[in-house]
Write a protein that binds this ligand. Structure first.
Ligand code: GLN
Length: 329
């Protein structure tokens, strides 16, 4: 029998229910509250492959460190990970930095670790700050990370895909439509790359840097796969199924810190306030979240708010974090 609270929501099952039942009920409640908000958002339309996304698509996937899954909605529908890829490019760069102090010095002299307070594709700070992007979670920062990776990976596109396949535990594909149309429509990203090059903060040509950037954005994953893939950040840098170390505990914490402070662009403060988890969003409507010591989360709903974050996704994360007391702050 379903119980109803005075505000009309289904009540969470009581003390007799298992943890799994309780979490499943919370996901249903979060979805009921969040889904209507999608209609006030706008699906990214700068390329046809994103403009055609189903605005009613919706998923919540939570995967515990022991592999237990809590799922709601379209959890196996794949979508381009877009800027969520920036987390994994940073992870690759941190791996290189772990192995070499000169890479570490280079990395953090070429990109900052402060929230930008500006849109993810803004050019204004770059001019004022001599071509040094504020952080690796905005477009300019990810372009610098890609430039660094070109020097330190034999094939940085392959390394990114292989890292994600290892973390998701499955083979993945790249959406060719997204890849091709972003190559042809990235005038703003190219402007950023050119501006950074003019300040001496790009070693490779704009075309060379754009290629792995666009490729990583076009990797297709489902909410279930993404929730699995971020679990190592909740597990001191170790992928929990294979036991493989991806990052040192210190660097795993630092990636999560950058996600918390910068992962949702100029809404990062609001996310820290209302969700309280390290998160990273992408313009196709996915948002991943990390619950240290416990789980990886991914929500997906394509319509975006003014900052480029999934509108319903943020509300769902807020409801889940509140009801399950997941906030790290
Ligand atoms: N492909 C998008 C871009 O480069 C990614 C941005 C995002 O997901 N916020 O602008």
């Amino acid at each position: 029998m379903s119980m109803t609270t005075p505000d009309g929501n289904d009540a969470v099952p009581g003390s007799g229910a298992s943890d799994g039942d309780r979490i499943d009920a919370v996901l249903r409640q979060a979805a009921d509250i969040a889904r209507p908000a999608a209609k006030d958002g706008h699906v990214a339309d700068y390329i046809p492959a994103l403009a055609g996304a189903n605005p009613d698509g919706f998923a919540i996937a939570m995967v515990d460190l022991d592999g237990t899954e809590h799922l709601h909605g379209d959890v196996d529908v794949t979508f381009p990970i877009q800027s969520i890829s920036k987390v994994f490019s940073l992870v690759l760069a941190m791996q290189k930095a772990d192995a070499s102090s000169s890479v570490r010095d280079e990395l953090w002299s070429r990109v900052g670790r402060e929230p930008s307070g500006d849109p993810f594709n803004s050019l204004v700070q770059l001019e004022h700050e001599q071509g040094i992007p504020r952080n690796p979670m905005i477009n300019a920062g990810a372009l610098v990370i890609d430039d660094v990776l070109l020097d330190h990976c034999e094939d940085s596109k392959r390394s990114t895909l292989e890292l994600l396949e290892l973390l998701a535990g499955e083979s993945l594909t790249v959406d060719r439509d997204v890849y091709d149309s972003e190559q042809g429509s990235s005038t703003r990203n190219r402007a950023m790359a050119n501006l950074m090059a003019s300040f001496g903060n790009l070693r490779h040509s704009v075309d060379e840097v754009m290629d792995p950037y666009v490729y990583a954005c076009a990797i297709s994953m489902s909410a279930r796969q993404l929730a699995r893939a971020v679990r190592f950040l909740a597990n001191d840098g170790i992928e929990p199924d294979s036991g493989e170390r991806i990052l040192t505990p210190r660097h795993a914490r630092r990636v999560a810190a950058i996600m918390l402070t910068c992962g949702t662009y100029d809404a990062s403060g609001e996310f820290a306030y209302s969700v309280g988890l390290p998160c990273k969003s992408g313009v196709a409507g996915g948002i991943v979240g990390v619950v240290p010591g416990r789980m990886g989360i991914c929500v997906w709903s394509p319509p975006l708010d003014g900052s480029g974050n999934s509108r319903a996704g943020r509300i769902a994360l807020h409801e889940i974090a509140e009801r399950l007391d997941l906030s790290v702050v």
